[in-house]
Write a protein that binds this ligand. Structure first.
Ligand code: PLP
Length: 284
């Protein structure tokens, strides 16, 4: 099931070819995207996603995305989704066609949430730590590497997930060459000790997560301590819980890291999920 909307709010047939072969997203992965969770008919963290889209566009020197147009396309997908239930809604914005007039290509595509992600929300995941080939100061030194932009060039992230599969795991925790935790290929990492949450600073070259931010907001309201500070890989083995957070996966527990079982965090997952869901009272 898929619903496709263009930036003027009109629908298009997702089974009909739409992109030109010389679109720079096809030729070079040159563009940006967002993936938004729609639950109970409402997009979660829409403003934060649109802010991040604008930030990614600025980092790639793309024209500023037309926020109203993306909102219109988002609403068109939601209004035309044929059943109840969650939607993974992608916003895509590319540099347009090679040697064209510079007009970006943009659309919104709603898709069902896959069975695997739904199962992992309940069962958790086994992860492996894989080096990302960067050190913790690189993002600031080399902005052209686009660390922290949500670019369409996710081939490395997908390759890392296949490597995890070869190692018998489901997920990846990217690490710096100096032994610090970054993020998952499509998620933020949150480590929990007692009533303290910790996540990696975005300045280390990771994508600032909207789900992590929502979980932090809710946790702070409930009196938990939240920290944004570097995490060593070894600390994950000592934590009371390690979680991967993203719009579509919500908060997913990491039960095993590099073949070693982590602390049983099933109870913590229930608590964190309740906090996160409390941000969206009308749309559970
Ligand atoms: N980090 C990366 C690299 C991602 O691709 C994503 C989302 O896909 C996230 C973090 C989590 O972001 P969000 O919670 O806004 O979905």
């Amino acid at each position: 099931m898929r619903v496709l909307a263009m930036l003027d709010g009109t629908l298009a047939d997702p089974d009909t070819p739409l992109l030109r072969v010389d679109d720079l997203s096809v030729l070079r992965g040159d563009g940006i995207f967002e993936t938004i969770l729609v639950a109970g008919g409402a997009p979660r963290e829409l403003d934060a996603h649109l802010d991040r889209l604008a930030n990614s566009a600025a980092m790639l020197d793309l024209p500023a995305p037309d926020r109203t147009a993306f909102e219109k396309a988002t609403n068109a997908v939601i209004d035309n989704w044929p059943v109840d239930g969650e939607i993974a809604l992608k916003l895509v914005y590319t540099r347009g066609i090679e040697n064209g007039d510079g007009t970006p290509t943009g659309f919104a595509l709603g898709m069902e949430i896959g069975e695997k992600v739904r199962r992992q929300r309940i069962d958790g995941v086994a992860a492996v730590a894989l080096e990302r080939g960067i050190d913790s100061g690189l993002a600031a030194r080399a902005p052209w590497l686009l660390l922290g932009a949500k670019s369409l060039s996710y081939a490395v992230n997908m390759a890392a997930l296949r490597e995890a599969g070869r190692r018998g795991a489901d997920e990846v925790v990217f690490t710096t060459s100096d032994g610090l935790v970054l993020e998952g290929p499509t998620s933020s990492l949150i480590a929990v000790s007692g009533r303290t949450l910790r996540t990696t600073p975005p300045t280390m070259g990771i994508l600032p997560g909207t789900t992590q931010a929502a979980a932090y907001r809710a946790a702070e309201r409930a009196g938990w301590v939240t920290e944004v500070a570097p995490i060593r890989v070894a600390e994950l083995h000592e934590a009371d819980g390690v979680f991967l957070a993203s719009s579509v996966r919500k908060i997913t527990r990491v039960h095993t890291l590099d073949g070693t079982r982590l602390a049983d965090s099933a109870g913590l997952l229930d608590e964190l999920t309740a906090l996160y869901e409390s941000e969206y009272p009308a749309t559970r």
